[in-house]
Each structure stands twice: as C-alpha cells, then as structure tokens.
Design a protein around this ligand. Structure first.
Ligand code: B4P
Length: 189
C-alpha cells in the first residue's frame, strides 16, 4: 500500500493537490480538515467540541485526531493507497500514525512537502476567504494558524528527514505544473 503524506503550511495547496493525486492513482484522499468541518456543519457532538478551536486557528486535540484516523484505516482496508492531507500535524500524531500503520504491517511511504513563502500563503488564504467565506481565513486567525504550524508541525520535517522519506516540491506556480512535479516524485519512489 502507498501511504503518502502531503505536507506543508496552511494554504500551501495540500487539499488542492491531494484531490488530484488521489484521482490519478486511485487512492483514498483523507483530509482531516474536511472531516472536522463536516462534523462542525452537521452539528455532531464532535463538531460542537472542535468548532471554537478551529475558528481560532488552534489545533484540535491529538486524541481526537488519532481516534478519527483509526476509524479511517479500519473502514478502508480495501484501498491500495492513502493521501493524507493535513495529518499528522504534531510529533505525537506522527508517532501514533507510525504505530497505527505498523499494527497493519504498513508504514509511511513518502512525505511530499509543498514549499510556499508566507506572503503567498496569506494572500491565498485571504483570497479563499472572499471566495468561500471559511471562518478560519481571517487575517488574525491565519496568523495564528501559521504560528501553530511553526510551533507544532514544522518539527515533523526533521522527523521524516531522519527516516529518509521527506522530499520538498516548490509549491508556487500553476496547479498543473506543481501536480506534475508531485507525480514524478511519487513515480520515482
Ligand atoms: P486544513 O483544512 O488542513 O487547512 P489548510 O492547511 O488551510 O489547507 P491546505 O494547505 O490544504 O490549502 P488548500 O489546498 O485548501 O485545516 C483547517 C483546520 O482544521 C486547522 O487549522 C485545525 O484547526 C484543524 N485540523 C485539521 N487537521 C488537524 C490535525 N491533524 N490536528 C489538529 N487539528 C487539525 O489551498 C489554499 C488556497 O490556495 C485555496 O484557495 C486554493 O485554491 C489556493 N491554491 C492552491 N494551490 C495554488 C496555487 N498553485 N496557486 C495559487 N493558489 C493556489
């Protein structure tokens, strides 16, 4: 099974590219952001719990995310690949993911990181705020999401570099050009 992690700061284009990669290779796209937003909009107990956290740009607790991912794996035993988009986002999540995969005789195959400078990230997210009105795309919340990224998520780069499965792709340019670069990295693996 190919277990791909699409990595990068908020607004790097993980969601945009994950959909295309999953479609091309016939893999299962798992966006923890989308899963959580669906819970919020359906008003489930989980959604009510995470709504305020997400709206301020904080990270939802590791325990909840790990529980969500366990059920994703259990319910998708027949797929031949996963594109993880937005997970893991903390060292604890990364370690738990490794344990979870190992239980099924699996491991993370490749981590592809989208590299985008901060000015461009903020521009994209403010633009998305106008188009989609996401509550966490205001200037203040975007700043907090970037702080969370630097503090909790960026350390994962070293974690995956040490495992020799981390590769960066420049994430500025046309969506198709970036997609083609990601596909070549996957095909080379
Ligand atoms: P996510 O939904 O993962 O949000 P994101 O990081 O902003 O999205 P992404 O990088 O996928 O950007 P996109 O492709 O949409 O998380 C939201 C929140 O959920 C988090 O803040 C947190 O609270 C919670 N959460 C999720 N996972 C969690 C976890 N594991 N642990 C704890 N909490 C968690 O692209 C952004 C914009 O750029 C789009 O408008 C797109 O059209 C545009 N774009 C993409 N590629 C482009 C390109 N090449 N050029 C120009 N624009 C481009």
């Amino acid at each position: 099974m190919f277990n791909l992690i699409l990595f990068g700061p908020p607004g790097a284009g993980k969601g945009t590219q994950a959909v295309k990669i999953a479609e091309k290779f016939g893999w299962k796209h798992v966006s923890t952001g989308d899963i959580l937003r669906a819970e919020v909009s359906s008003g489930t107990p989980l959604g009510l719990k995470v709504k305020a956290v997400m709206e301020t740009g904080q990270l939802v607790s590791d325990d909840l995310l790990i529980e969500i991912m366990e059920s994703v794996f259990v319910n998708n035993k027949d797929v031949n690949g996963f594109v993880l988009d937005g997970f893991p986002r903390t060292l604890n999540q990364a370690q738990e993911l490794d344990l979870m995969l190992a239980k099924h005789g699996e491991s993370v195959t490749l981590v592809l990181a989208l590299e985008v400078d901060e000015t461009e990230l903020v521009k994209r997210l403010l633009n998305r705020a106008q188009e989609q009105g996401r509550k966490d795309d205001t200037e203040e919340v975007i700043k907090n999401r970037l702080v969370q990224y630097h503090h909790h998520t960026k350390p994962l780069i070293e974690y995956y570099q040490e495992k020799n499965i981390y590769t960066e792709v420049y994430g500025v340019g046309s969506i198709d050009d970036i997609f083609n670069q990601l596909v070549s990295q996957i095909s080379a693996d």
